[in-house]
Design a protein around this ligand. Structure first.
Ligand code: ASP
Ligand code: MG
Length: 419
């Protein structure tokens, strides 16, 4: 059996849905298939805006209306026949979503975020399920919240693997015998029936969870690029595709911020030696990339950019050195606030970290540590990483940039600079 993941771009309009159906049709004849789908187009961003407005008790109705119109215009193109049950199913979801938005309470921001933002995937999977059925494919809709079990770490649910695998193994092999399962990416559920999300762009991870639990033959991520490239073609020119690459290399690239695959995706696949294919939905017959257990020669340097970075330096207040005790204090607060370090370095009297910028969390960090350290910071920075660098790639990338922090290991070169 195989797991396919279709991201937002692959279902952004009616033509894209038809293309997905074409790909599914082609593959479903050769074996069992489970499909994980993300919210269509930029729905998740739109939902975040709506949720933000609703949370501040501002008027969200025009954004809500736009989102609804978007979904129904795709639907109308796909289902000219008005009586199709998809209309009622979507209408029902929008009513439920609006109810949630109208009943927000001031605290519990993260918890309510999950209850609201998850609707993107519920809508997309409903739409895809009905469309595949209309195309005479034996599709069924699966509520993944009943299978992917997480704790209640809102916005980043931690998967209960034992329980999740048990539930999936209990039901899905039987369902897959004669049906194509269509389910949601990005979301999960707690044991008391609340919806959680797995972190932005988490649908890849969802697909890997299903692949792992079903011991799938392979997993495929269908993207708008030709495979796993050495850089994002929207940012860098002259990109090259890796025809095959190891789990290890991929996991590191994802860790440094290559947005092509969610960082948590690789581990479950590597644990069960399930190959991951990254293929273009625009050119489904082309080779793409195979990620697996493969040895390879020196790879082309990979370039990764993380935007909106914050560089924070913690200095000691007397003239003592930065001690393990100081570091332990800083790490403890970072972990409490769920601030992730992208790069760190220490000198005799200060310790510096580069992290993604989150206004509220930064303020809390300053507030907590201000008494013990002299804190300096810069925001709106860029963090570049070159994996498998050579001197030419470093020269080209750093040229003309004002570097605030840099670090070089045997394989990786990183620097933070002004944007
Ligand atoms: N729709 C979600 C997001 O945009 C999950 C995903 O696309 O993987 O973050
Ligand atoms: Mg998405």
């Amino acid at each position: 059996m195989q797991v396919f993941k279709f991201g937002g771009a692959s279902v952004k309009d009616a033509a894209a849905f038809r293309n997905v159906s074409f790909i599914v049709q082609k593959h479903s004849v050769s074996g069992q298939l489970l499909i994980v789908v993300s919210a269509i187009g930029k729905t998740t961003n739109a939902l975040e805006t709506i949720f933000g407005l609703a949370h501040q008790q501002q008027n969200y109705s025009s954004d809500f209306f736009a989102l609804k119109t978007y979904h129904f215009s795709v639907t109308q193109e796909l289902f000219p026949e008005k009586g199709n049950p998809v209309y009622e199913a979507l209408e029902h979801l929008f009513v439920e979503l609006e109810e949630k938005l109208q009943n927000l309470v001031p605290d519990k921001f993260d918890q309510q975020y999950d209850q609201v933002i998850s609707f993107g995937e519920l809508l997309a999977s409903t739409l895809l399920h009905h469309f595949l059925k209309a195309e005479n494919l034996p599709a069924m809709w699966l509520d993944c919240r009943k299978y992917i079990q997480t704790d209640s770490t809102w916005r980043e649910g931690k998967v209960d693997w034992t329980w999740t695998e048990k539930l999936i193994q209990r039901d899905l092999p039987e369902m897959l015998k004669n049906q194509i399962i269509v389910t949601q990416g990005f979301i999960g559920g707690t044991s008391d029936g609340q919806t959680t999300t797995l972190g932005r762009e988490g649908s890849d991870y969802s697909a890997a969870i299903f692949a792992y639990c079903l011991k799938a033959q392979s997993m495929t991520i269908w993207k708008d690029v030709a495979g796993l490239l050495n850089a994002d073609p929207k940012i860098f020119s002259n990109t090259v595709r890796y025809p095959q690459i190891s789990y290890q290399e991929t996991i590191e690239m994802a860790y440094y911020g290559a947005s092509v695959i969610h960082p948590k995706t690789i581990k479950p696949l590597a644990d069960r030696q399930i190959p991951l294919f990254v293929k273009s939905f625009l050119d489904p017959e082309s080779e793409g990339t195979r990620i697996g257990n493969c040895p390879h020669e020196k790879l082309a340097p990979a370039f990764i950019l993380k935007q909106n970075q914050c560089l924070i330096s913690f200095g000691v207040k007397d003239f003592s050195f930065i001690s393990e005790q100081n570091l332990s204090t800083i790490f403890h607060v970072l972990s409490e606030l769920r601030i992730k370090i992208n790069l760190m370095q220490n000198s005799a009297i200060s310790f510096s970290i580069c992290t993604d910028y989150h206004g509220a969390r930064m303020e809390k960090l300053m507030e907590t540590l201000r008494d013990q350290f002299v804190i300096q910071y810069n925001i709106s920075l860029q963090l570049f990483t070159i994996k498998n660098y050579d001197s030419e790639s470093i020269r080209n990338l750093t040229s003309g940039k004002e570097i605030l922090l840099e670090q070089r290991t045997r394989n990786t070169y990183q620097f933070a600079c002004r944007a």
